[in-house]
Design a binder for this molecule. Structure first.
Ligand code: NAI
Length: 247
């Protein structure tokens, strides 16, 4: 077990990648604080059924009041915060539209949750990681930052924002021995991707590994970036997409 007795906060843990990440971290021995605006009880039950430890909390990552409570409750429950996975984002049911038809209010909402959210969560856990003289933060960017994506300018810009956040925060967090990196997944089969596209029509011929990406394909990268194995790696963006984009 690579993460025995570490404490991990996973945002957006109710379903999709956030649930898969929570289970994977728990299997490596971490205690999980699963946070979401949606019902996270299935994630908690699954972790407990594997013999793991998890608690859940309703948190809107775009609210500082909520993110401060998230850090406080995690310390109250488990005594420390070792890992933060900034996974929550607006992607589910996001309608593709030409850039000139996107409602400015929706633009603001996407930016607020997808970029301000990870910043606020990082801000909330920072005093605790600083006191521990160690921390691991993993952000979720997207392959679309490298390729663009038709009708998705708000989402793609927000995932570029996550890359900027990762790099700028790496500079400030490094002296405290806190690493922050991003995973950029390719199109992955989750409830959210099924809500925005027909996954059966996805063109896998452009994927060298020649199949549709599944949540389990991201778990190795997550555990690596959350564990001591990546202690001298920070500010990086790791593309996990079957080789579609090379950089
Ligand atoms: P999802 O929509 O299934 O999961 C996102 C979770 O975040 C949901 O449980 C949702 O309730 C929660 N959430 C939304 N707004 C929130 C808020 N304000 N506060 C707290 N929680 C909130 O999406 P999925 O597919 O699991 O994606 C997870 C992450 O991976 C996202 O950051 C997404 O942008 C990224 N990603 C996903 C890809 C895919 O193909 N599924 C590809 C590239 C990146």
């Amino acid at each position: 077990m690579k993460l025995k007795d570490r404490v991990a906060i996973v945002t957006g843990a109710a379903r999709g990648l956030g649930r898969a990440f929570s289970l994977a971290l728990a299997k490596e021995g971490a205690k999980i604080m699963a946070v979401d605006i949606a019902d996270f009880s299935d994630t908690i039950k699954e972790i407990e059924s594997l013999g793991g430890t998890a608690k859940g909390l309703r948190v809107d990552v775009s609210s500082e009041k909520d993110t401060l409570k998230m850090a406080e409750e995690t310390i109250g429950a488990f005594g420390r915060i070792d890992i933060l996975v900034n996974n929550a984002a607006i992607i589910y049911n996001l309608v593709r539209k030409p850039f000139y038809e996107i409602d400015p209010d929706l633009w603001d909402k996407v930016m607020t949750v997808n970029v301000k959210g990870p910043w606020l969560c990082t801000k909330a856990v920072f005093p605790h990681m600083k006191a521990q003289k160690k921390g691991k933060i993993v952000n979720l960017s997207s392959e679309t930052f490298f390729t663009g994506s038709n009708g998705f300018v708000h989402y793609v810009a927000s995932k570029g924002g996550v890359v900027g956040l990762t790099r700028a925060l790496a500079v400030e967090l490094g002296p405290h021995n806190i690493t922050i990196n991003a995973i950029a997944p390719g199109f992955t089969d989750t409830e959210a991707s099924r809500s925005i596209a027909d996954v059966t029509k996805y063109d896998i011929s452009r994927t060298p590994l020649n199949r549709l990406q599944q949540p389990k394909d991201l778990l190795g990268a997550l555990i690596f970036l959350a564990s001591d194995d990546s202690d001298f790696i920070t500010g990086q963006v790791l593309l996990v997409d079957g080789g579609r984009v090379m950089h």
